[in-house]
Ligand binder design. Structure first.
Ligand SMILES: [Zn+2]
Length: 309
């Protein structure tokens, strides 16, 4: 399998206060795990900044500009709760969104089979005009729109296995039946949305909230019995993953009980459906994951599966 891995050194420049979970070393922890022999064949490239046209398919120009001018020259500034801007945030966020588009370009052109973007800040809590939950721009939404506008994809499915509900992604596509959004997450956790009753305009939203303590077996069953049959029936031209690794048992922000190997099993289950419905085309985008070691190991299990190991 030809798997593309995208990252960028500038992600380090999006700073966070001490003890904030979304720390710069998250990306380095993933990169360290991908240094081994098993990852020799990974195709590595650098993110590129998102263009104005690409980002404005999801976020109005005025909102993008608002994020740009809010960033402080020095120090840190809260834009909402613990969503923090530093001087390097805007550039990092534009690279994270651009990486999503670059991954779509390469996968849709058949230059690679699938791709994983290890980027920060994350994206799935960002709505069109609202930054929250450590997120500024919604990379999964930008990727879906890019596939539709630049590559002629008619339908895109976004599958989100972060421990939190991707409220931003759901908001953006709630009334758009060309995009299917499915999320498996811990119920009654931040941001409080993602009830099973939230189904979109045309059944194009699927939420599977799980009780605290659910393990890999429960998550895999939700994936295999609820999410993947719906993805199959939707017949997407591309599958985008909101790949958060904070359902790991060691994660400080969630109370689900996955182990790193579960992410390999989960990924292979998704790939089976992608093979059947969209030529295996998967663009996977990092969302959460806040225990540094667990994040590195879980992302490595995910990437190894994408590579066909
Ligand atoms: Zn999360």
């Amino acid at each position: 399998m030809r798997t593309l891995f995208l990252s960028h050194p500038r992600y380090r420049d999006h700073l966070a206060p001490e003890h904030h979970p979304e720390q710069p070393e998250r990306i380095a922890a993933i990169e360290r795990q991908l240094e081994g022999e098993a990852f020799q064949n990974l195709i590595r490239d650098m993110a590129r900044p998102v263009s104005d046209e690409e980002i404005q398919r999801v976020h109005p120009a005025g909102y993008v500009e608002h994020i740009r001018i809010q960033a402080p020259h020095d120090g840190l500034m809260s834009i909402s709760g613990d969503t923090i801007l530093s001087n390097g945030t805007y550039e990092a966020a534009r690279l994270a969104a651009g990486a999503a588009c670059l991954a779509v370009d390469e996968v849709m052109a058949g230059l690679v089979d699938n791709a994983f973007s290890a980027a920060r800040p994350p994206g799935h809590h960002a709505s069109a005009r609202q930054a929250m939950g450590f997120c500024f721009f919604n990379h999964a939404a930008i990727a879906a729109r890019h596939a539709q506008t630049a590559h002629g994809a008619e339908r895109v499915a976004i599958v989100d296995f972060d421990v939190h509900h991707g409220n931003g992604t759901q908001n953006i596509f709630y009334s758009d039946k060309t995009v299917f959004y499915a999320s498996i997450h811990q119920s009654h956790l931040f941001p409080g949305t993602g009830e099973a009753s939230e189904t979109g305009i045309d059944g194009n939203i699927l939420n599977v909230p799980l009780g605290a303590g659910a393990n890999g077996e429960v998550v895999l069953r939700a994936m295999a019995e609820a999410v993947l049959p719906a993805v199959d029936a939707f017949r997407p031209d591309l599958l985008v993953l909101s790949a958060g690794f904070d359902a790991h048992y060691r994660d400080p922000l969630g109370d689900l009980n996955l182990v790193e190997a579960d992410y390999g099993v989960l990924t292979r289950a998704v790939m089976e459906v992608a093979d059947r419905v969209c030529g295996g085309r998967i663009v996977s985008l990092l969302e959460g994951g806040y225990d540094i070691d667990a994040l590195g190991l879980s992302a490595a299990a995910h990437v190894a599966a994408l590579m066909g190991h």
